[in-house]
Design a protein around this ligand. Structure first.
Ligand code: GTP
Ligand code: MG
Length: 425
């Protein structure tokens, strides 16, 4: 296509036309809203914080209800992720809310944030698998990807623990992190101010990226930028109702006074609820999909060998990727086969030489035994000969002795006769 044609084509694309009357596509946003409302929404919160820091209480306070809670033990051997899903309804809006607790976090000696990272990755993987199916049903798929991680910081007033920094650093490319200072009623106002500054500077110096409330939408830009400056929110949770003036309010009552959860001069609970639920819930969902999931998907597909362009920067189709991968796989298979064949031949040779060596050893042993046997035989033979000679000599001596004995016997028997003859004479 010539350059002028291209220009004309793009000009045609941009041509503005005025409508003669009401057509009706201005109802598109309403159609979208109606469709979304019918479909319902899902929102998944991950609560990370040490055992007993006030996670469940804050969730109950945020959603003004009582979720199932189960106290965690301090003796869990590993961090365990416990998701619980609830169907909530406000006006005509359905919300499938999943609260995931990182049970046992902070109780182990080794800083093990891996189960949390693995859990987040598994939810991304499940979504990716659904997306890659031939018959996919993303329309009614229960999306379990974590939209926000509320990171509960212990109100020490000092600084972040190394566990906090390590964990947040590992999570920041996978999930939107909103750090919150828990049980903020246990820290004084001036200490809290310094603590907040310290936390933010530590996060920056360690390169931890926390979720920033978006300022690109004019409608919420101002409030979001003001709220960004208030991070981390210092919150107090309570489901207890206490009489304040002539009204009942959610608060924590102490011997010296009452901490009202929804009083902005007492804590930042209202700010958190405003930012998390009322203003930025959709942005958190969107960021999860467009930023964190996209990153996971890209890395995973690249790992599997998929590419958008070839080495010459030309588009690379799925078919080509498949063919390349198939060829690579076949080559690898052939290589493995050859390797195994070679290994088998070597093994056979090895066994053969081992057998030969064994045969040689046996033969040597046999020869050696044969020699010993012959030697023994020769010795026995010699002994026999000697014995025979001894026996012969003995027999000869015996015969001689017997002959002598005989002769002497004869001699003694003839002597009296001779004497008698002499007497008669
Ligand atoms: P596990 O699930 O067992 O890890 O505990 P959790 O983090 O869910 O804490 P949970 O909400 O069960 O609260 C533990 C204790 O802290 C309870 O006695 C709460 O009343 C108390 N608690 C909760 N929130 C606050 C708070 O904001 N300030 C103070 N002072 N205490 C709180
Ligand atoms: Mg709990």
């Amino acid at each position: 296509m010539a350059a002028t044609d291209l220009e004309r084509f793009s000009n045609e694309e941009k041509r503005n036309l005025s409508l003669g009357g009401h057509v009706g596509f201005d109802s598109l946003p309403d159609q979208l809203v109606s469709k979304s409302v019918t479909q319902g929404f899902s929102f998944n919160i991950l609560c990370v914080g040490e055992t007993g820091i006030g996670k469940s209480t804050l969730m109950n306070t945020l959603f003004n209800t009582t979720f199932e809670t189960e106290e965690a033990s301090h003796y869990e051997s590993t961090v365990r992720l416990r998701p619980r899903t609830y169907d909530l309804q406000e006006s005509n809006v359905q919300l499938k809310l999943t609260i995931v607790d990182a049970v046992g976090f902070g109780d182990q000696i080794n800083k093990d944030e891996r189960p949390i990272v693995d859990y987040i990755d598994t939810q991304f993987e499940n979504y990716l698998q659904e997306e890659l199916k031939i018959r996919r049903s993303l329309f009614n798929y229960h999306d379990t990807r974590i939209h926000v991680c509320l990171y509960f910081i212990t109100p020490t007033g000092h600084s972040l623990k190394s566990l906090d920094l390590v964990t947040m650093k590992k999570l920041d490319s996978k999930v939107n992190i909103i750090p919150i200072i828990a049980k903020a009623d246990t820290i004084s106002k001036s200490e809290l101010h310094k603590f907040k500054i310290k936390i933010m500077s530590e996060l920056v110096s360690n390169g931890v990226q926390i979720y920033q409330f978006p300022t690109d939408d004019e409608a919420v830009a101002e409030i979001n930028s003001v709220m960004n400056a208030h991070l981390p929110f210092a919150v107090v949770g309570s489901t207890e109702e206490v009489k304040v003036g002539n009204k009942m309010a959610r608060a924590r009552q102490y011997p010296w006074g009452v901490v009202q959860v929804e009083n902005e001069s007492h804590c930042d609970f209202v700010k958190l609820r405003e930012m998390l639920i009322r203003v930025n819930m959709e942005d958190l969902r969107e960021q999860t999909h467009t930023r964190h999931y996209e990153l996971y998907r890209r890395c995973k597909l690249e790992e599997m060998g998929f590419k958008d362009t070839d080495p010459d920067n030309q588009p690379f189709s799925l078919q080509e990727t498949y063919e390349t991968k198939r060829k690579e796989f076949l080559c690898e298979l052939q290589r493995k086969e050859e390797e195994m064949r070679q290994m088998f031949v070597n093994k056979v040779k090895e066994t053969e030489s081992e057998l030969k060596e064994k045969e040689r050893e046996l033969h040597e042993k046999f020869e050696h035994l044969k020699r010993i046997h012959q030697e023994e035989k020769r010795k026995v033979e010699e002994k026999r000969r000697e014995l025979e000679e001894e026996m012969n000599a003995f027999n000869r001596r015996k015969v001689a002795v017997e002959t002598l004995q005989c002769q002497s016997l004869q001699a003694t028997s003839q002597q009296p006769l001779k004497k008698d003859k002499d007497k008669k004479k």
